[in-house]
Design a binder for this molecule. Structure first.
Ligand code: FDA
Length: 305
């Protein structure tokens, strides 16, 4: 039987549904809950607000799956402008505000070389601003290519972060490979619609896999970045008593009080902040994760007059 999650995730990649939803007179408040705003000024403003609270930030210029080289180049330029503006705002030093990049937004669908070249330009600008880049992970058909591009980027920019998705059967092994000195690894559960041949399907299996992967990263020599809102996983991480540095990561607009509580308790917390007008795929993945978000979305749609 199709789950609500898989129906929404299928819709997240359907151009007709996208036109319908993106074109609907959507209340801005729905998008605004999860997205900083449309342009670079919004990204800088929200970064300032969050860093003033002791949080760190990873900014994502929204957009993915481009098949147009011109669009890929425009995305790279948007990141260069963003990094320039963040540096001027004085928030990048020491990696306080970094950026997250989807390789499919900078040309991976066209060619690995194009994506590598775009990501390299972004890494160079980030390094010049004193900060880092993390490569988001997309669906499983891109995992090998993304890790290969990461390895090539790390030759010049060893601080470039990886993302691993616990729901993939392969990920515990990838965690072992990447838990090495200086290696920044974000561990998330995984947000795409994946077949049973490659990914755990049930929440319990995914949680168990997340815990196993967390153990590998937290026992390793790298820098674990635990991306989850799950209170059980957060408590579990705290219980491991790791003394070497690591951080928690949560999404903008999700459990903001928990973000502040963790900071107040002395933990390092980074908020992943998307901005831009290509919010459709991102928003649909957030709706798929939590039925309560869907209710919130539908209520906002219905309350539009
Ligand atoms: P899950 O969705 O299983 O929720 C577990 C519990 O967390 C819930 O029962 C509830 O208690 C709490 N919770 C969750 N959402 C809540 C909400 N809205 N309000 C209140 N409580 C809530 N994915 C990917 O495939 N590639 C990537 O590159 C990234 N990058 C990324 C970065 C960061 C910083 C984060 C936090 C997440 C990602 N993800 C991602 C998304 C990730 O894979 C996953 O889909 C979501 O984080 C949801 O999984 P959770 O671990 O939060 O738990």
């Amino acid at each position: 039987m199709l789950s609500l999650r898989s129906v929404i995730l299928a819709a997240s990649r359907n151009a007709r549904v996208e036109r319908l939803v993106a074109g609907a007179p959507l209340s801005r408040s729905v998008v605004r809950r999860f997205v900083a705003g449309n342009d670079v000024d919004d990204a800088v403003r929200v970064s300032r607000e969050l860093t003033a609270k002791g949080l760190t930030v990873s900014l994502d210029h929204l957009g993915e799956d481009t098949t147009d080289a011109g669009q890929a180049d425009a995305t790279v330029k948007a990141y260069l402008l963003l990094l320039d503006r963040l540096r001027d705002a004085g928030v990048t030093a020491g990696g306080r505000v970094e950026v997250s990049v989807k390789l499919s937004a900078v040309g991976q669908t066209i060619s690995d070389e194009l994506a590598l070249e775009g990501a390299r330009r972004i890494c160079e600008a980030a390094a010049a601003a004193g900060t880092t880049v993390t490569l988001d992970m997309e669906d499983h058909t891109t995992t090998d290519r993304t890790l290969a591009t990461l390895a090539r980027l790390r030759a010049d920019h060893p601080q470039t972060g990886a993302v691993l998705q616990a729901y993939l059967h392969r990920t515990e092994r990838d965690c072992r490979d990447l838990a090495t000195a200086g290696s920044r690894v974000r561990l998330c559960k995984g947000a795409y619609n994946e077949p049973a041949e490659v990914a755990y399907q049930g929440a319990e299996d995914v949680d168990a896999a997340y815990a196993r992967c967390m153990d590998v990263l937290m026992a390793g020599d790298g820098y674990p970045m635990l991306a989850t809102h799950d209170p059980v996983m957060i408590e579990r991480a705290l219980g491991l008593g790791r003394t070497a540095p690591y951080e928690f990561q949560l999404l903008y607009g999700i459990r903001p009080l928990e973000q502040e509580r963790l900071v107040a308790a002395g933990h390092a917390v980074r908020v992943y902040v998307p901005y831009g007008d290509q919010w459709y795929g991102y928003l649909m993945r957030r709706l798929a994760e939590r039925p309560a978000n869907l209710v919130f979305f539908l209520r906002a749609l219905a309350s539009r007059s």
